[in-house]
Design a protein around this ligand. Structure first.
Ligand code: ZN
Length: 256
């Protein structure tokens, strides 16, 4: 049944799910509806795993268009994202990106062929700013930085912020579509106005306390940017990058 997925209900109705290749997705289950933030790599039948967790009508939202969040959109009829990230989605769901993901998995030849050739319908552009799930809701927050159309979701009933790739133990800000580091910093610091107490990130398994993110936001300073040291990222060493730790335990890597 699990198909290599695992999940934990970290707060009531909040399931943090791990894709077999490592990235996390989050499922919100309200009284009337469910919402899935991100779809992982799409190599395995995520739609069946979600149906095992809930039978409620499902809305699928992408935090942004990168492959590890968006390739699984192939498994759902309809997905939603901010319009600004549609070009990112188009680039990162290419055959080449699928080949790279396939190389990390062991799929039977027929499943591999299907994965490579699947028609992935482009997400619809998000127009609403709140999803009401009954007893839970999710507010769409724009966080341009990691990509132009990155979004976060805020769940007021749980005082929970779902960050997308706008924060991770290593936050990556060096792909061509990333905004300049100062634009990202402004977006991220804006998130701190939300009254969240805990947060979730796609490349971290557990809840993060507010204090950690406040310390990180405070560390996004001119002094920090100036102190950043060259930091070649394995697999992306051709991109000139620098990194520094805005707070203990977190690294921001940005394009020079
Ligand atoms: Zn990303």
């Amino acid at each position: 049944m699990s198909q290599g997925f695992t999940s934990r209900e970290l707060l009531t109705g909040v399931h943090h799910i791990q894709d077999p290749l490592g990235v996390h997705l989050t499922l919100l289950v309200g009284q009337d509806r469910a919402l899935l933030l991100d779809t992982g790599y799409g190599l395995y039948p995520l739609e069946e795993y979600i149906r095992y967790l809930t039978r409620l009508p499902l809305t699928v939202v992408l935090s942004h268009g990168h492959h590890d969040h968006a390739l699984g959109a192939a498994r759902f009829g309809q997905t939603w994202m901010l319009e600004e990230d549609l070009p990112v989605f188009a680039a990162y769901t290419s055959q080449q990106q699928r080949q790279l993901a396939l190389a990390r998995a062991e799929l039977a030849p027929q499943a591999a062929r299907r994965y490579l050739t699947a028609d992935i319908p482009p997400p619809a552009a998000l127009t609403q700013d709140t999803f009401d799930l009954g007893s839970l809701s999710a507010q769409v927050i724009r966080v341009p930085g990691h990509t132009p159309g990155s979004l976060a979701l805020y769940v007021p009933q749980r005082q929970l912020l779902m960050l997308g790739d706008s924060w991770n133990p290593q936050t990556w800000l060096f792909f061509p579509e990333a905004l300049p580091v100062r634009d990202y910093a402004r977006s991220f610091q804006g998130l701190m106005a939300l009254p969240f107490q805990q947060a979730l990130a796609p490349h971290h398994p557990d809840l993060l306390p507010r204090d950690v993110l406040l310390a990180y936001a405070k560390g996004l300073t001119e002094e920090g940017f100036a102190q950043a040291k060259p930091y070649p990222v394995p697999g992306h060493a051709h991109i000139p990058t620098r990194a520094f730790a805005p707070c203990a335990g977190a690294l921001l890597i940005f394009r020079v």
